[in-house]
Structure formats: structure tokens, C-alpha cells
Design a protein around this ligand. Structure first.
Ligand code: ADP
Ligand code: MG
Length: 346
């Protein structure tokens, strides 16, 4: 029943757990494949079923995901805080299966379909930003860090008005953050500097990922497309300037990224010999202009839209603060002018 990598070879028309008839596929991730099905046990309601790969590690991760989902859903009985709803779980031929409410596309797919290179309209970005921040506030209330926020793990409903955060397979209980640094937590483009540096992480890493995601859905461009953690550090400094010494000092991996004077070290590859060498970057200055990048090629912005983009710039700038202790908090972000002021008000 399984392919050699432990994915369940599911077929259209197949019935799972004697009630779910599979009619299509949505996505295949690292941990699972996800199918669309109708639930004969519940008025043929549409559902999505995440079928976890059959191997010990994936299963363990799946069990943890279940536990996180239950915690989040139970603390939000009225479904107001934009975390995916789990209906139930079952076992199928050795695979852990999770039954979810059925949603449409993820934001990566939405962007590819409607916003390639140009991004989504400000009004959509405004609404999605607020919903993402509400999800983060709820996670924090439940003492959970998602730690894999990116467009692939954010789903929208059929009419694209409501958004849900999904994929809690990497989620951490806040108590787990004292277990020592994990420099590959979160997908690289969305990874906060403190993760790379080996500073103890907090809820702020999710806010960082949300800010990077918001930039991407508004512009259609990846904010920090680094190929390595070292690349990422250089990209951060191009946007924000010199890395704060206090933070650099507290990182377990500081020696990989800084010299004795806390100048950034950059690894470059010789084009001919392919040998890597370290270059000390002494005079790091801000090279990028966030506002300019947000406006991009958009020419016909109304005065109100222009003001909103300015507010968005301010919010992103604060959420992308390199020092996690100085980064805007989730509550404060929810009260930020970009979020609270409507797009229609003059
Ligand atoms: P993985 O841990 O393998 O990445 P995800 O939970 O992220 O698994 O699911 C993989 C993909 O399946 C998502 O990116 C999304 O496109 C799709 N998907 C997941 N859950 C749903 C759902 N409830 N409705 C619709 N599509 C879904
Ligand atoms: Mg995923």
C-alpha cells in the first residue's frame, strides 16, 4: 500500500475509515499527503484528510500535531481565531490520518494563480494580516509557537475571505524552547535571526515569519531569499543595517557569523575554484528601502492606499526588528494603525 518513502498510495474513489470517499488531492508535504473527500458520516460534508507517512519519526510528529490542534481548537470553541479545525483522527493501514475542515488553496498557490510577481491587492493583504495576527495571539494564549509559518501553511476558504493557519507538525510548546538551539527551525526564507544565531527563541519567531509572509503576498517577491543561513544574515543586514552587538553576543553560533569585533562574516564561493572563503564585512549599511519595495511597480495608488502602504511599511519594519527583545509584540501589532484603520476611511 505504501510507496518506498512511506507515503500511502491513495486512489480516487477509495473509501477511508468506512465513511470518507476520496475525490481528489491537494498537496504532498514532507510529512504527509493530503486528500479531499466527502464524509458519508456527516451529510457528505467536504473534508481534507492528512495521511501521515508510515515511519516512526513522522508518526511521532503527527501525534504531536494532533495534540497541538486539540489544544488550539478546544481553547477556541467558536472558531474565531483562524487556526485550522480538526474534526477527528483515525488509523488506516498503519497510517495516522487527521480529518480537517475542507479549505481551498494555500497562499503559495493563491499567489501563483493571481499574484505572480505582482502580489495580492492591499485590501486582501490587510484582511489576511489581521487574521494571521489573531492566530498568533491565540497560539500565544495556548503557549504554542507554530515555528513553520510560510505561505504553504496558510489556507484560504473557497471565496478567499477567511484564512486559517495549518500544519502544526513543527509546533513547539513554550517549555520546549529551553532545550537548546535548533538552527534549522522554520523554513529558511521565513527563519528569524535569533534562530540562526542560536539565541533562545520565543513567540517572536512566528511574528517574524508572518511579516516575511505579508511582504511576499503583497509584492509577490521573497523578502530574504538566502541559500544558506549565512546568506540570510547578510540579507538581514542589507535591510536593517549592522547587527546589534548585544544580540550577536548572546548567540550560541556567534563565531560562525561574526569576527572578534562583531563584524559580519560572509562566506563567498570562488567562481572558478569553487573554494569557500570568509570575507569580513566591515561597513555594513542599509542598502534596501522597504517602502520602495512595497510600492514596487504600483502606479495608481490612491492617497489612502499610499498612506496604508506607509503604515504597512512601519508594521513590517517593527516586526522585522533584529533584536527579538525589541520586536513589536503581537498585541501591539494588532493595535497598529495598519491593522485597525480601515482602507475606506479617508
Ligand atoms: P505537511 O506537514 O506535509 O507540510 P500540511 O498540513 O502543510 O502537511 O499539508 C500539506 C498541504 O496540503 C498544504 O500546503 C495544503 O496545500 C494542503 N492542505 C492541508 N490541509 C488542508 C485542508 N484542510 N484543506 C485543503 N487543503 C489542505
Ligand atoms: Mg506544510
Amino acid at each position: 500500500w505504501d510507496d518506498h518513502e512511506g507515503y500511502y498510495r491513495v486512489r480516487v474513489g477509495e473509501t477511508l475509515d468506512r465513511r470518507y470517499s476520496v475525490f481528489g488531492f491537494t498537496g504532498q508535504g514532507v510529512f504527509s499527503n493530503v486528500v479531499r473527500a466527502r464524509d458519508a458520516g456527516s451529510d457528505n460534508a467536504l473534508v481534507a484528510i492528512k495521511i501521515i507517512r508510515n515511519n516512526d519519526l513522522m508518526r511521532k510528529t503527527g501525534m504531536k500535531e494532533l495534540q497541538m490542534l486539540k489544544r488550539l481548537n478546544e481553547a477556541d470553541k467558536e472558531d474565531r481565531f483562524h487556526c485550522l479545525r480538526l474534526r477527528r483522527d483515525f488509523e488506516h493501514k498503519g497510517h495516522l490520518c487527521m480529518v480537517f475542515e475542507h479549505l481551498g488553496m494555500n497562499l503559495r498557490e493563491l499567489l501563483q494563480k493571481y499574484g505572480r510577481d505582482v502580489g495580492l491587492h492591499l485590501s486582501a493583504v490587510h484582511s489576511y494580516s489581521k487574521q494571521l495576527l489573531l492566530a498568533l495571539r491565540h497560539l500565544k494564549k495556548c503557549q504554542i509557537i507554530h515555528s513553520d509559518i510560510k505561505p504553504d501553511n496558510i489556507l484560504v476558504d473557497e471565496n478567499k475571505t477567511t484564512l486559517k493557519l495549518c500544519d502544526f507538525g513543527s509546533a513547539l510548546d513554550i517549555s520546549e524552547t529551553s532545550e537548546g538551539p535548533t538552527p534549522y527551525l522554520v523554513s529558511r526564507f521565513y527563519r528569524a535571526p535569533e534562530i540562526i544565531l542560536g539565541v533562545k527563541v520565543d513567540y517572536g519567531i512566528d511574528l517574524w515569519s508572518v511579516a516575511v509572509t505579508i511582504f511576499e503576498i503583497f509584492t509577490g517577491k521573497i523578502l530574504f531569499p538566502g541559500k544558506t543561513n549565512n546568506d540570510m544574515m547578510k540579507l538581514f543586514c542589507e535591510l536593517k543595517g549592522r547587527f546589534p552587538k548585544k544580540v550577536a553576543k548572546s548567540g550560541a553560533f556567534r563565531q560562525s557569523y561574526f569576527d572578534d569585533q562583531y563584524n559580519l562574516l560572509h562566506v563567498v564561493k570562488d567562481k572558478v575554484t569553487e573554494k569557500e572563503k570568509l570575507v569580513v564585512l566591515k561597513n555594513v549599511t542599509v542598502e534596501r528601502d522597504l517602502l520602495r519595495e512595497l510600492i514596487g511597480k504600483q502606479q495608481n495608488l490612491s492617497p489612502t492606499e499610499h498612506r496604508k502602504v506607509g503604515q504597512l511599511r512601519d508594521l513590517l519594519d517593527r516586526a522585522l526588528t533584529l533584536d527579538p527583545a525589541k520586536r513589536i509584540g503581537i498585541g501591539e501589532a494588532l493595535r497598529h494603525a495598519f491593522i485597525v484603520e480601515s482602507l475606506n476611511s479617508a
